[in-house]
Write a protein that binds this ligand. Structure first.
Ligand SMILES: Nc1ncnc2c1ncn2[C@@H]1O[C@H](COP(=O)(O)OP(=O)(O)OP(=O)(O)O)[C@@H](O)[C@H]1O
Ligand SMILES: [Mg+2]
Length: 308
């Protein structure tokens, strides 16, 4: 991230400082107030990212309402909730992908290692390198497997393999090969593709394409990986591979994952945030606690399938 105009955000401001309990009426459970304690998740260490008082509007429609949440590093944070409750919108706020959506208006604070990512003159390319994203539908480029993985490192000038580089003896092909191999291994895809790196990525299966997209994200050494329903288009075997991979990744990376699959959230995440209709964060805590002993009646109703 560019440091030139960086101003440290006062952590005390970002620490779960949302407004007083609010009362709203929601489908599925009548009226329930949401005390701050339901979303105050205590964990050791500094948050990797912290969100405070986040509101998002699309035109006049509010998609997120006063969200405050802290995301611990090197762990899996699951975001669950019914369709339209703002999970994807929230995820996109974490690396400013909403900037690309016309009419989207973001208000509030999002910090990455204590620095406000919504400050002016922030280097967005650098932000999205450090906070990478994997989408619901695998979206490899129509290029070779190698070119897909090497795309980021080339773009960021980490490796040069072009004609001019070769001509001037500055060719980084070996370094690039190392990055490609390391990233594909991390994404548990290497063994399946090592003999066909120059084949078109679109010839891979859906599950392989999604792991390739994860490899492409890892190739630029991100610190946070945002995943929006990364396994929803995959069969159970491919899904299990992605789930295993996510658990492994959390040893080194901070993973934030949106999922519609409650079992998946329960299996792979350390903490879970439940969003409900109206763009409200209703409960956030240790995954076991949220699933086994939710504090909110609406969350219990949602988890047990009464609505959503
Ligand atoms: N680009 C957009 N323009 C206008 N409104 C949008 C846009 N994207 C999302 N919305 C609206 O914002 C609200 C939240 O949408 P979002 O996609 O974040 O929900 P979600 O929880 O990810 O839903 P799903 O589970 O179906 O993916 C919805 O009412 C949606 O219609
Ligand atoms: Mg979504």
């Amino acid at each position: 991230m560019t440091e030139t105009t960086t101003q440290d955000t006062d952590r005390s401001e970002t620490a779960g400082a949302s407004s007083d309990s609010q009362t709203r009426s929601q489908p599925g459970a009548g009226t329930e107030s949401t005390p701050e304690t339901w979303t105050d998740y205590e964990f050791e260490g500094e948050p990797k990212m912290a969100v405070s008082g986040l509101d998002v509007y699309y035109g006049d429609d509010q998609a997120l309402d006063d969200i405050s949440i802290e995301i611990p590093e090197k762990s899996v944070t699951a975001l669950i909730g019914p369709s339209g409750c703002g999970k994807s919108t929230f995820l996109r706020c974490l690396n400013r992908m909403n900037d690309r959506i016309r009419g989207a208006n973001v208000d509030g604070t999002v910090t990455f290692e204590g620095k406000n990512i919504y400050q002016e003159a922030l280097d967005l390319v650098e932000l999205r390198k450090r906070v990478g994203m994997v989408f619901q539908a695998p979206n490899p480029f129509p290029k070779s497997i190698r070119d897909n993985v090497a795309y980021g490192p080339r773009k960021h000038g980490k490796v040069r393999t072009d004609f001019l580089a070769k001509l001037t003896g500055r060719d980084d092909s070996e370094r690039e090969d190392e990055i490609v191999e390391r990233s594909l291994k991390q994404a548990a895809l290497w063994d399946e593709v090592k003999d066909r790196l120059d084949d078109n990525a679109l010839g891979l299966s859906g599950g392989q394409q999604q792991r390739l997209c994860i490899a492409r994200c890892l190739a630029v050494d991100p610190e946070v990986i945002l995943m929006d329903e990364p396994a929803s288009a995959l069969d159970p075997i491919a899904t299990a591979k992605i789930e295993d991979l996510i658990e492994d990744l959390a040893e080194d990376y901070t993973v934030v994952i949106v999922t519609h699959n409650m079992q998946q959230a329960a299996r792979i995440s350390d903490q879970t945030a439940v969003f409900l209709t109206g763009g409200e964060l209703v409960e956030y805590g240790d995954t076991d606690q949220v699933f086994e002993d939710p504090q909110s009646q609406r969350v219990e109703d949602y988890i047990t399938g009464k609505f959503g």
